[in-house]
Ligand binder design. Sequence first.
Ligand code: CMP
Length: 155
Amino acid sequence: MLGDAQSFTLQEAPIMAVERTLSIIKPDATKRNLTGKINAKFEDAGLRIVAQKRIQLTMAQAGQFYIVHKDRPFYGELCEFMASKPVVVQVLEGEGAILKNREVMGATNPADAAPGTIRAEFAESVGENSVHGSDAPETAAEEIAYFFSGLELVG
Ligand code: CMP
């Protein structure tokens, strides 16, 4: 017979899928040597960095990554910024990783970001906001595949 601690049914047990999400530590943060402090925020929140590399994006690569924003007034400025200095691209893994990462990052505009979040602590402006994170499972899969091959993901 099962003890009390194990007597819940499968339906009652909390279920959250293990997900992967694409994260970018942006040029404003890499140039201020904040990669370690930002990674500590992810790891403290239970996210595992299962792939990571520091790269210098070209304008064309930044433009393709942010193609969904091509009609926004800030698109040119965004691409120039992302290609201005190295970025660290990474894959974060964990239960509910997509939403959890967005919580750890905080709101896009640091003025609106909750205390303790990466953007509240480190971001300089809405444009130079230290980190990017995928917003949904479909975009996470696309964005991970943009930077990493399956062989580079080591969980
Ligand atoms: P990110 O999460 O990488 O997704 C798109 C990016 O566009 C966003 O973070 C910001 O860095 C940038 N962005 C959004 N709104 C503005 C804005 N009003 N001006 C400049 N950049 C912006």
